[in-house]
Design a protein around this ligand. Structure first.
Ligand code: NAD
Length: 496
């Protein structure tokens, strides 16, 4: 019998009553791994009311106790890293090394959450007026919501509920319906680490479930990671109701190659950064801006891309896995076709890619275009496949103008041996995460994930350091320690 993905309601993994189900497929074979339910409206309501009830107690659990939960959880996740990586490699398709990295980047967030007592510290100023002090405290919000995409089935859920709960909130998690299996295991381990029942609830589904959750009056803040259209919908729906939202959205990341860069370093970086994880990374390099004569380097990159191929997750010779779905594959292939029709030069064409023994996989091979212009769809659209577009400009000025005109601002990088070029690029580029001789500059969680422009909607960033600001309110308290009102001037006089 097909495995049914459970909901997590009030600490129990339960079968949904819903009639609506979707198959969770292995994208390399189309075999059915499980069925995921689209939770009923009643199940969504029960999850929210359970999270609200759990909040009443959880918010009062001493902060060091919450930190100890995270310490135990970190330990368990490390012990189960390989097992979780194998689960997500099956339903996401990414290769084992990437899958291990996916879990590891999540573990680092849990490690950050272990510092929660320091992260929650407020501030104090004594004697703001005569015998009057002001201090600030941080307090949790209540029931929060996390909505996650398919491309990092462990890391992105782990961006959310560990910090949300360490801050004293409860959370409803709505993982991607395409890859729900790793989240189930992550939450089993959270309970095994000692998480009280109800502080994280898991609901499955799509738009209807997300809408019901966002619109629920008891859900006060939403963290979303996914595509631009859905991010806009989530941001507009939640902020329209004066609730907090932080929405991490799509991207089109440019890498600038200066003539003074080291060619081998550039080539080595580019192969993994462009087609690694089949290009299904919000920080993948999808545009290369070759400055001056470096455009000739595209020939060598084309050769290198021709020499690698996709494959199943446990094939050690495969450079990356399949696309997540047949729909994703046909979308990527039609964008490749549009590039050719619109006049780009397709130097490596990944369509009609075959992998021995896996005729039904969603395979697209490495694809490289040169002679790309900014009006082409392959330049404008987030392709989310192993497809890279090369442009040629004359100078760093032109490269900066190109990158700064992009509506996206998630990541960018420059390869150069000039300190002046590097310093100028990091100062003038309007992108939130900048790599200098680093292709994919994702910060560790003691910084924050800092997408700009169309890649991030909201005014506080979720992951890492600033997540604590998102998941808490700050309260300032002004307190008099006068033994009698006659002892000194009142505060309004003192502040004049
Ligand atoms: P998606 O937007 O299709 O889905 C994301 C989540 O939203 C899923 O849980 C899905 O069930 C839900 N959803 C889908 N349609 C919805 C709707 N109409 N209303 C409400 N909820 C809906 O994204 P995806 O394809 O799973 O993920 C890929 C996208 O995520 C890419 O655009 C990628 O760039 C982006 N991403 C961004 C970051 C970042 O940090 N900026 C990180 C990872 C992925």
């Amino acid at each position: 019998m097909t495995q049914q993905v459970p909901l997590l309601i009030n600490g129990e993994f339960v079968a949904s009553e819903s009639d609506q189900r979707q198959a969770v497929l292995n994208p390399a074979t189309q075999s059915i791994l499980a069925e995921v339910p689209y939770a009923t409206s009643d199940e969504v309501d029960r999850a929210v009311s359970g999270a609200k009830a759990a909040f009443a107690e959880w918010r009062n659990v001493p902060v060091p106790e919450r930190a100890r939960l995270m310490l135990r959880y970190q330990h368990l996740l490390k012990a189960h890293q390989k097992e979780i990586a194998e689960i997500l490699a099956e339903d996401n398709g990414k290769n084992f090394e990437d899958a291990m990295g996916d879990v590891w980047r999540g573990i680092e967030v849990v490690e950050h959450a272990c510092n929660i007592p320091s992260l929650l510290m407020g501030e104090t100023v004594e004697n703001v007026a005569n015998q009057v002090d002001t201090y600030s405290v941080t307090q949790p919000l209540g029931v929060t919501l996390g909505i996650t995409p398919f491309n990092f089935p462990a890391m992105i859920p782990l961006w959310m509920y560990p910090l949300a709960t360490a801050c004293g909130n409860t959370m409803i998690l709505k993982p991607s319906e395409q890859v729900p299996l790793a989240t189930v295991r992550l939450l089993e381990l959270f309970q095994e680490a000692g998480a009280p029942k109800g502080i994280v609830q898991m609901i499955h589904g799509g738009k209807d479930q997300v809408d019901q959750l966002m619109n629920h009056p008891d859900v006060l803040a939403t963290s979303f990671v996914g595509s631009v259209p859905v991010a806009k919908h989530v941001y507009q729906t939640t902020t329209h109701q004066l609730k907090r939202a932080q929405c991490f959205a799509g991207a089109k990341n440019h890498m600038v190659v200066m003539p003074d860069a080291d060619k081998d370093t550039v080539m080595n970086a580019l192969v993994g950064a462009t087609v690694g994880a089949a290009g299904q990374r919000c920080m993948a390099i999808s545009v290369i801006v070759f400055v001056g004569d470096t455009i000739a380097w595209a020939d060598e990159l084309a050769d290198r891309l021709r020499s690698i191929r996709p494959g199943i997750w446990n094939d050690p010779d495969a450079a990356f896995g399949p696309l997540i779905s047949l729909a994703a594959k046909s979308r990527v292939e039609s964008l490749i076709a549009s590039g050719i029709e619109q006049g780009a030069n397709c130097r490596v064409d990944g369509r009609n890619c075959k992998v021995d023994g896996y005729p039904d996989g969603n395979w697209v091979g490495p694809t490289l275009f040169t002679d790309v212009t900014t009006d082409m769809d392959i330049y404008k659209e987030e392709i989310f496949g192993p497809v890279v577009s090369c442009l040629n400009v004359a100078s760093l000025d032109e490269a900066l103008e190109l990158v700064n005109n992009s509506p996206y601002g998630n990541g960018t990088s420059i390869f150069t041996s000039s300190g002046i070029n590097a310093r100028r690029y990091q100062h003038e580029v309007s992108v939130g995460q900048v790599g200098i001789n680093i292709p994919i500059p994702v910060p560790l969680p003691f910084f924050s994930f800092t997408g700009w422009k169309g890649s991030f909607m909201g005014d506080l960033h979720a992951y890492g350091k600033q997540a604590v600001r998102f998941y808490t309110e700050t309260k300032t308290v002004t307190s008099s320690w006068k033994s009698s009102p006659s002892q000194g001037p009142n505060m309004s006089i003192a502040l004049k």
